[in-house]
Design a protein around this ligand. Structure first.
Ligand code: NAD
Ligand code: UDP
Ligand code: UDP
Length: 319
């Protein structure tokens, strides 16, 4: 008999995206097992969920085997910002590769459906724009971003091989830059950096000339895409781009943040990091047609909500 209340494992559930996913799954009436080694995640992110009797937290590193009984698995375990994933690059690759093997082994044994949080980084510095899922990417395999990009590419390989070889029911989402409440204030990502700098009246650090582009998706839209992909028919394995096709230069983002915070901050130019992609924008035709999904929260609204979160965290008033 199929139970309406599913037992769902969220690996990386104490992180930015994971905590929002746990919250959504509990709201939808499921049991959630949050597995995390707290490398970049925190108990603070999930504190509001701890009193829920259907929520359980397990401190565990996914590079080691895990034996639990579940119906669905979301694999989000992996540091996501360059500062964090470059802190211990060998561990980053291990997390993506060994983590995928263990969770796929678990999915194979329990016949659970398994979701992989892949990334637009599999496209590297793209030569096709906007990026469609059939574009194979332009990744430097020996550069400082490779531990993340190649780890995620190998995880995708493992997902499709477990699918073909062992019949595992897989879902692979390629996530584009996402922002919102519970981003880490100090992980160096552009949205959190700019908002924190603006709220503290510090200069806004633009790397390079600021003409590089990114497409920013608000976290609630992204999580809705995850849920739809997991619920889609079994032949919808992905990979499928989930992101907001609204594309902005980094300078435009900085101008928006300064305007919305009412900050007096100046812009300072810093060197562009090695292998920093010049442009990034998802083609979401597949998500639109297969999942009936598209983002609904405009950058302006999403930034206002994120600014309100950081202002509260930092104890400052927005002008
Ligand atoms: P995050 O760093 O906030 O969350 C990652 C979580 O995984 C953290 O809680 C961390 O402690 C945990 N973790 C790391 N290594 C682990 C290990 N070995 N075992 C168990 N837990 C481990 O990052 P996020 O932004 O929430 O990203 C979540 C996932 O989404 C990641 O897989 C990331 O690659 C992917 N992603 C995120 C974005 C984005 O813009 N945020 C974009 C593309 C892909
Ligand atoms: N695994 C796990 N939990 C399970 C089943 C498997 O962590 O419930 C791990 C197992 O330890 C192995 C990996 O997943 O290292 C891959 O499992 P699989 O069955 O594919 O491979 P095998 O055990 O045959 O090497
Ligand atoms: N960036 C910036 N100033 C910052 C942080 C980042 O100009 O303080 C730039 C960075 O060089 C990149 C873009 O913003 O071009 C997005 O960076 P992030 O680290 O958020 O994401 P990713 O490069 O992984 O897409």
């Amino acid at each position: 008999m199929k139970r309406a209340r599913k037992r769902v494992l969220v690996a990386g559930g104490a992180g930015f995206l994971g905590s929002h996913l746990c919250e959504r799954l509990l709201k939808d009436g499921h049991e959630v097992l949050c597995v995390d080694n707290f490398f970049t995640g925190s108990r603070e992110n999930i504190r509001h969920l701890l009193a829920n009797p259907y929520f359980e937290v397990m401190r565990h590193d996914v590079t080691f085997p895990l034996f639990v009984e579940v119906d669905e698995i979301y694999n989000l375990a992996c540091p996501a910002s360059p500062i964090h994933y470059q802190f211990n690059p060998v561990q980053t690759t291990k997390t993506s590769v060994h983590g995928a093997i263990n969770l796929l082994g678990l999915a194979k044994r329990t016949k659970a459906k398994i979701f992989q949080a892949s990334t637009s980084e599999v496209y590297g510095d793209p030569t096709v724009h906007p990026q469609t899922e059939d574009y194979r990417g332009n990744v430097n395999p020996i550069g400082p971003r490779a531990c993340y990009d190649e780890g995620k590419r190998c995880a995708e390989t493992l997902f499709f091989d477990y699918h073909r070889q062992a019949g595992v029911n897989i879902r692979v989402a390629r996530i584009f830059n996402t922002y919102g409440p519970r981003m880490h204030p100090n992980d160096g990502r552009v949205v959190s950096n700019f908002i924190v700098q603006a709220l503290q009246g510090q200069p806004i650090t633009i790397y390079g000339d600021g003409s590089q582009t990114r497409s920013f998706c608000y976290v609630d839209d992204l999580i809705d895409g995850f849920i739809r992909l997991m619920a889609a028919p079994d032949d919808v394995t992905g990979p499928i781009n989930i992101g907001n096709p609204g594309e902005y230069t980094i300078r435009q983002l900085a101008e928006n943040v300064v305007r919305l915070t009412g900050a007096k901050s100046d812009f300072v130019v810093k060197p562009l990091p090695q292998d920093d992609p010049l442009q990034r924008c998802p083609d979401i035709t597949k998500a639109r047609t297969l999942l009936d999904w598209q983002p609904t929260i405009h950058l302006e609204e999403g930034l206002k909500r994120t600014i309100a979160y950081f202002a509260d965290q930092l104890g400052v008033e927005v002008a």
